[in-house]
Design a protein around this ligand. Sequence first.
Ligand code: HEC
Ligand code: HEC
Length: 332
Amino acid sequence: MKLFTIIVATVFSGMYFIPTEKIEFSKESSLTDVLIALGDKKPIHYTKVSSPELIQQGLEIVTKGRTTAPNGKKSSLQSKYFTCIDCHNIMMEDPDLRKSDPEARLAYAVKNNIPFLSGTTFYGMVNREHWYNEDYQVKYGDLVKPAKDTLVNAIHLCTVECSQGRAFEDWELEAVMAYLYSIEYKLADLKLTAEDYVKLNGYQPNTKNEELIQWIKSFYLQYSPATFLDPLSEDKRGYGESGNAENGKLIYEISCMQCHATGRVTNYTLDQSKIDLKHLKNNIKGHNHFSLYNITRKGTYALPGYRPYMPNYTLERLSHQQLEDLAAYINR
Ligand code: HEC
Ligand code: HEC
């Protein structure tokens, strides 16, 4: 089914009132099903088109950039430079979905053996209501405006601008959406108490349960906040004095090395050797782009002829303290 058909089908199904039986919600219930049963409006990207094959295709596109196309052939790589998981996790990454807290996220990442990245996780992406928020809107204006309320537009934007690749074909988008719905939030992720389930299951079917809808939405963020920072001026930098080098080492390993390890997305390779760390250490002062304080907050840009670039870390993805921790590790 083409995306167009999905949208038309969604619009039409929303127009008729189909009485439904009351469902008993449990930990396994998917958040979308719950909200729809409570009478909330279906999201524009809502789709019921799914199958294990489609989900598998979507997973492969996201993690490998290609999959087996409907014609049986291998599809072309979405991007020569990146796959989505260079910058986005596909597992839950925030222990408390009501907060975007980089300290809690780092501890959670270490515990669960997942990377610590600059983009938000795909887990629960379909449950959000806005994308490319706050400073992304301020900084990129018209380019990101269409992505603010429309997930499909956000995906299109990121395939081209973030991944430096081609836009998805319709069948690829359908597969990726099916995959994203397979990793949407379950009620268990909201950590409701037994009493909360009783309260929720007291809903009235076939009517809008506005209070319950708002209450359920208070258990998770509807969007990922994003604060861009200018690099700290030299007199404001701690150069690691108040940093925790052990923590810095973790960030270096599960964030920087994700892209800078040999054979990954950049020519500027980093490892734990004294030479690499010394190069970063020697450049930490000043404002050239080898300075940790500059590169993390500003990132780099894709250039004609050399597309790989480094996304900046917003405050929500790397805290001031974590930057000091990195500095402490590098200066050690
Ligand atoms: C080079 C890094 C990079 C790559 C590769 C990348 N993204 Fe992103 N993406 C980002 C950053 C940074 C953001 C900014 C907002 C955020 O995620 O918090 C973003 C945002 C998004 C958003 C909106 C998220 C939100 O909550 O605002 C979607 C959806 C998205 N990307 C999808 C994709 C898909 C699909 C792919 C693979 C085809 C992809 N991205 C590849 C870096 C990347
Ligand atoms: C999503 C991938 C990605 C992540 C994560 C990442 N980088 Fe980068 N970084 C790049 C790319 C791509 C470049 C462009 C330079 C190149 O490839 O030659 C770059 C450039 C740099 C440069 C400047 C080198 C130059 O030639 O301009 C430094 C220094 C750097 N990164 C350090 C870091 C540190 C420290 C971290 C962790 C906090 C980090 N990077 C995380 C992809 C990444």
